[in-house]
Design a protein around this ligand. Structure first.
Ligand code: 1PZ
Length: 203
């Protein structure tokens, strides 16, 4: 098997697997490590068609902000500490706010994969709708929720998605499960950064 084979799903799962390893150690998560893993997720948008172009632009720009910040700020915790000092945690475009948004993005993908694994049939509409309503909808206003629910009708089928990801049913299950298992502790880690500083995560 060629090692340079196009396997974006495996690349995502492996990146989070490696991050999860850090979480279980005493070393803080490096911002560059985290933002690199999150940027691997962007490839999924390309499989969804133009209906979710706006979501892609929003997610990618926030990951890029974290990547840029990571050049001078070594860890996620120091990113938060700096924003606390500057009193700009909740300000639009702050690193902390973008971190919370990106965390929601990777949580959205986790719940989406969980729903795909338990769903019957070839449609992504129900798994995607359930994941969206659980993870992102509570934080979005009416206009965005409407646009997303319209976009749900334009999703590819599951088999089309797997084909674009160069996976089959069985290999995709393995990688999705790996992502679910490893993203869980990473998501918790980020949430704990906010909660332990009494910053809240519901804004
Ligand atoms: C089959 C898969 C279907 C997946 C459908 C995914 C739908 C996600 C739609 C998200 C729309 C986001 C539009 C922009 C929202 C922004 O207002 C907010 C707040 O930003 P701020 O005010 O701080 O600048 N941004 C967000 O909530 C971040 C959203 C990240 C979305 C990532 C989704 C990842 C899904 C990947 C699916 C493959």
């Amino acid at each position: 098997m060629a090692t340079d084979e196009y396997k974006p799903l495996r690349r995502i799962a492996d990146a989070f697997d490696s991050l999860a390893g850090t979480v279980n150690s005493t070393v803080p998560i490096e911002a560059v490590h985290f933002s690199d893993a999150c940027s691997r997720v962007s490839v999924l948008f390309g499989c969804l068609g133009i209906a979710f172009k706006f979501a892609e632009m929003d997610y990618v720009s926030k990951v890029e902000d974290l990547k840029e910040a990571a050049k001078s700020i070594p860890t996620l915790q120091s990113m938060l500490e700096l924003d606390i000092k500057s009193n700009c945690i909740r300000q639009g475009g702050s690193h902390s706010r973008n971190l919370l948004r990106v965390k929601r993005g990777i949580d959205m993908v986790k719940v989406l994969f969980e729903e795909i694994l338990v769903a019957d049939g070839n449609s992504l509409k129900d798994p995607a709708s359930v994941a969206y309503s659980k993870v992102l909808a509570p934080h979005h206003g009416w206009a965005i929720r409407k646009a997303v629910s319209a976009g749900m009708y334009a999703l590819p089928s599951k088999s089309q998605l797997l084909k674009k990801l160069n996976e089959d049913e069985e290999s995709s299950r393995i990688e999705m499960q790996k992502y679910i298992t490893s993203s869980g502790p990473v998501i918790q880690y980020v949430e704990e950064l906010f909660i332990s500083r009494e910053l809240g995560i519901d804004w």
